[in-house]
Design a protein around this ligand. Structure first.
Ligand SMILES: Cc1cc2nc3c(=O)[nH]c(=O)nc-3n(C[C@H](O)[C@H](O)[C@H](O)COP(=O)(O)OP(=O)(O)OC[C@H]3O[C@@H](n4cnc5c(N)ncnc54)[C@H](O)[C@@H]3O)c2cc1C
Length: 548
């Protein structure tokens, strides 16, 4: 069918804005664009409503990690830098998107990340420009200050359960030379401490919970779930409609003003490519007619890679709460009655950011600590994460600003076919060197008195792995993604190198923006949910400013 034709055989409805994807950014958009009642908004989501109870329990993370009813469960192609392994890539497929299945850590990144975005010509994206949006979004339970806001939709909280192993980790990090930092989202990110989380009174505060629930009663906001967008429909350069499939029927939603693609770092470039917007050679290879040559769609992908040290502990860890049935019963009751206890935690409580060399101007490595260990299930298996039957904990490092860049491309014109994902992990010497430096630090950390005293055994990598060559081999054998793909529709000044401009409009096309984590010009130094929601907040302002 000609891409300019509307399909006349199915329902067609018209809205001012059609948003594709109810994830971290999409829910923010839906709320903000429908707030003044002037515009009609349709929000399309491929997944279901967020009724799975494990979404709302923070430690339910492990239950959703391989739960296909709410998770796209992608797999990368074999990765040369990781010994040819395929790497599991969960993504939320439910109202709230990945914010409904993620690890809940609230991390904005470093001020310099945004200043670098602005220096690349992206006007309005420096730290001073974006800070007001972070504050506008936030309901910080510690109260407002220069860096934090109160009264916003997104609740940001401290842990409701003190975990002794996590406290020992923070003490050990200070002993190993990292200063204590009570707030990774304040004046500086550098230091060790406890993450804050997107939770409200012990429940997950996804973007659906925070932004959609309060807006659901609005007559001008229409939400369609189990609605898979398959194609954008053009009239010349203008995007006019979205074609989607719902309950077996093909439907069309027309947009009077704009179509906003917020389908995440994998599905946004996939949808654009399916619609004929992307690298011409890729599209022609799979038989999709080229509507607009846009070489950067699906290119310049970045992600954070992570490497673990795993220890058997001589003191109780969360494994004893979560492995035996009586432990599960106890923590389950505790959570139901008080919204506290282990189930109110994420898999990481302690963490930090440090410089692997003193001459570096800012932290280059993120630290994570988990007061539990679990069986890692191989790619392709659908088994849940299960805690180990002995006490244990994990320390991990993840370079903040990797230089490896990957790409993604459709392999079929069928919208249900997963795209081929090539992250190209550890393809630069820089990234390997940083992970190696991180691994050496984890060894020092394990020798710090507060951790050394509670280690019964180093399970992984084990004492046989100590030389640089052995460490690099182990990194390639065991490193994994922490699920922060970005950059596949990146923001920049021209169509050859980027997909959207600084107002998030697609280069060369009218009526259409991309608004989600795919637009990051470079990955931020840390977890990407708060930055994706920032893109939603700022994107909504840009859309409304142009609405006239
Ligand atoms: C397991 C996991 C753990 C993570 N942990 C953390 C963490 O602790 N802290 C942190 O800051 N970040 C974390 N992240 C990353 C963070 O959650 C994401 O970067 C962020 O949610 C991305 O937001 P987004 O709006 O770009 O995309 P998403 O939130 O993924 O939203 C995209 C939405 O679009 C929908 N969609 C896709 N295609 C279509 C289509 N064709 N039609 C209709 N709908 C469609 C999807 O179903 C989804 O709901 C984690 C991610 C994962 C997967």
């Amino acid at each position: 069918m000609n891409n300019n034709q509307m399909n006349n055989n199915h329902d067609a409805a018209e809205f001012d804005y059609v948003i594709v994807g109810a994830g971290s950014a999409g829910c923010v958009l839906a709320n903000r664009l429908s707030a003044d009642g002037k515009h009609s908004v349709l929000l399309l989501e491929a997944g279901p409503r967020d009724t799975n109870i494990w979404i709302h329990v923070p430690l339910g993370y492990g239950k959703l990690f391989k739960e296909k009813t709410v998770n796209w469960m992608y797999q990368t192609e074999p990765e040369p830098g990781l010994d040819g392994r395929q790497v599991f890539q969960p993504r939320g497929k439910v109202l709230g998107g990945s914010s409904s299945i993620n690890g809940l850590l609230y991390v904005r990144g470093q001020h310099e990340d945004y200043d670098r975005w602005r220096q690349r010509g992206n006007i309005g994206w420096g730290f001073d420009d974006v800070l007001p949006y972070f504050k506008k979004a936030e309901n910080q339970t510690r109260g407002a200050d220069d860096y934090h806001g109160i009264g916003g939709p997104l609740s940001v909280s401290d842990w409701r359960h003190a975990d002794p192993l996590s406290e020992a980790f923070v003490k050990a990090a200070v002993e190993a030379g990292i200063p204590f930092n009570p707030d990774f989202n304040g004046a500086t990110q550098e230091g060790a401490g406890f993450f804050q989380t997107t939770t409200r009174r012990g429940r997950r505060a996804s973007s659906a919970f925070s932004y959609l629930r309060p807006a659901k009663g609005r007559g001008n906001l229409h939400i369609e779930t189990s609605a898979l967008a398959q194609r954008l429909v053009f009239e010349g350069r203008r995007a006019r409609a979205v074609e989607y499939r719902q309950n077996g029927a093909l439907r069309t939603a027309r947009a009077r003003k704009e179509i906003l693609v917020s389908s995440g770092a994998y599905n946004s470039p996939q949808l654009l490519q399916l619609s004929g917007v992307g690298p011409g050679d890729v599209l022609q290879r799979v038989g999709v007619p080229v509507h607009h040559e846009s070489p950067a769609v699906g290119r310049y992908m970045q992600d954070h890679v992570c490497y673990d040290y795993i220890f058997k502990a001589s003191q109780p860890s969360l494994n004893e709460d979560l492995y035996p049935w009586w432990g599960k019963l106890r923590v389950g009751l505790q959570y139901i009655l008080t919204r506290k206890g282990p189930l109110s935690l994420s898999v990481n409580q302690g963490g930090g950011y440090f410089r692997s060399r003193p001459d570096l101007p800012r932290p280059n490595i993120q630290l994570y600590f988990s007061p539990l260990t679990y069986e890692k299930t191989p790619p392709g298996t659908k088994k849940l994460m299960r805690p180990d039957p002995y006490p244990g904990f994990i320390t991990s490092v993840s370079p903040c600003r990797p230089t490896s860049r990957g790409h993604l491309q459709i392999v079929s014109p069928d919208p249900r076919a997963a795209p081929a994902i090539h992250p190209n992990y550890l393809s630069t010497d820089h990234d390997v060197a940083e992970l190696l430096a991180g691994a050496r630090f984890l060894c020092r950390l394990a020798a710090a008195p507060s951790l050394a005293g509670i280690i019964a055994e180093e399970l992984k990598p084990g004492s046989a792995v100590r030389s640089d060559a052995e460490r690099i081999a182990d990194i390639r054998a065991r490193a994994y993604s922490v699920f922060h793909p970005v950059g596949t529709c990146r923001m920049g000044q021209d169509n050859a190198q980027a997909v959207v401009d600084h107002r998030l409009r697609l280069h060369g096309l009218a009526n259409r923006r991309c608004i989600d984590a795919s637009i990051f010009p470079k990955v931020t130094s840390g977890n990407t949910n708060a930055p994706a929601m920032l893109v939603g907040e700022k994107g909504a302002d840009l859309v409304l400013a142009d609405a006239g």
